[in-house]
Design a binder for this molecule. Structure first.
Ligand code: AHG
Ligand code: MN
Ligand code: MN
Length: 337
């Protein structure tokens, strides 16, 4: 762990914004609102095991609120925290079929926010790490209201991206294109403090992360690549270790710090119709922006994630992400006929 300098996240965001002389402070406000939402979600995630106890009937908690599934709660929390600040013109969430407009009573801003409110939510009942992922763009259309066009973008147009991992501690990691920075929530003061400045992913790792139960659905290249990682050759740090949590944020975060590769290839059961699982706008793009800023790579096997033009809100893509040398080698295997 790197040495903490007791820099709060809001100070860091302000200082990052000062690097852009024309900045209005709008962006700082946006990220600040997001950290507030993150703290509230963190609090709820931390008492997830108490939901049944506090909920008594399972329907109403001690505050009189309905006990909600945490991904629904996180989704509502982010929408409510972000809709009134005047920074956003539209939002999109993994949990909503359509775009989420900013209600008429609030001022509209120039940014677009897309997010996965709770990633890895199937892990929550077992007290395993989960996360929130976010991605921010500048508005593109000029009409009165922002539209879906403002959301259907290329990942390389992102102006910021980040995630919060609710793990043994709560951490927020973000980039505005000036490196990747990590903050750990100090629960005693309720602030995110800079704990990981300028994160750089090792150029090669010793970890691979993939759901091996899906091996029967993999393409030939992925099969050969994974078999290669398991061969014994200490001079190339093989065999690699398998680490798979099943929460993308947590798997990604570990590999970002230690080096390694995360893979969620498409399902090739029907070779004419490969079926990917992870979502371009809420999962792949933000993590791809972060990994590139940290010196790593994100690819579908064939193409750079950040170059893909989104055509649908809930578009899915194969995601191969992590240390540069590892991803480059995967691409070789994948493209070898
Ligand atoms: P979400 O909880 O937001 O729907 O995302 C789940 C994703 C991701 O977090 C994880 O990497 C992957 O699904 C796990 O999928 P498998 O259970 O198929 O391995
Ligand atoms: Mn997810
Ligand atoms: Mn989710």
């Amino acid at each position: 762990m790197q040495k903490s300098k007791a820099v709060t996240i809001q100070r860091h965001i302000v200082e990052q914004e000062r690097l852009f002389p024309k900045a209005t402070g709008d962006f700082t406000g946006l990220l600040w609102d997001l950290t507030l939402a993150a703290k509230t979600i963190s609090r709820e995630v931390n008492k997830a095991g108490l939901a049944e106890i506090l909920g008594l009937t399972g329907e109403v908690n001690i505050h009189g609120d309905a006990v909600k599934k945490l991904d629904v709660y996180a989704n509502e929390r982010i929408c409510k925290s972000m809709e009134h600040g005047g920074h956003l013109c539209v939002m999109a969430s993994e949990e909503n079929e359509d775009v989420i407009p900013i209600p008429d009573e609030f001022p509209k801003g120039k940014y677009v926010l897309m997010f996965d409110p709770l990633d890895g939510s199937s892990n929550i009942d077992a007290n395993v790490s989960v996360g929130t992922i976010f991605s921010i763009y500048r508005r593109k259309t000029t009409g009165r209201d922002a539209t879906i066009e403002d959301c259907l973008r290329k990942g390389m147009e992102q102006v910021a991206a980040g995630y919060i991992v609710y793990g043994s501690s709560t951490m927020m990691v973000y980039t505005t294109g000036q490196g990747v920075h990590g903050f750990t929530l100090d629960p005693s003061v309720g602030e995110f403090l800079l704990s990981h400045e300028n994160i750089e992913i090792p150029s090669k790792g010793k970890i691979y992360s993939i759901n091996e139960g899906n091996a029967h659905t993999w393409d030939e290249g992925t099969r050969r690549y994974i078999a290669y990682l398991k061969e014994n050759d200490p001079s190339t740090s093989r065999p690699y270790s398998l680490r798979y949590i099943g929460s993308l944020v947590a798997d990604f975060h570990r590999n970002l710090l230690y080096g390694g590769i995360f893979l969620y290839p498409a399902d090739y059961k029907d070779p004419k119709k490969p079926k990917p699982k992870l979502r371009l706008l809420y999962e792949a793009n933000p993590l791809a922006f972060i990994v590139e800023q940290a010196g790593g790579m994100a690819s579908t096997g064939k193409e750079r994630i950040l170059d893909i033009q989104a055509t649908e809100l809930h578009q899915k893509v194969p995601l191969i992400i992590g240390s540069k040398e590892d991803v480059l080698l995967y691409e070789k295997f994948f493209n070898q006929k």
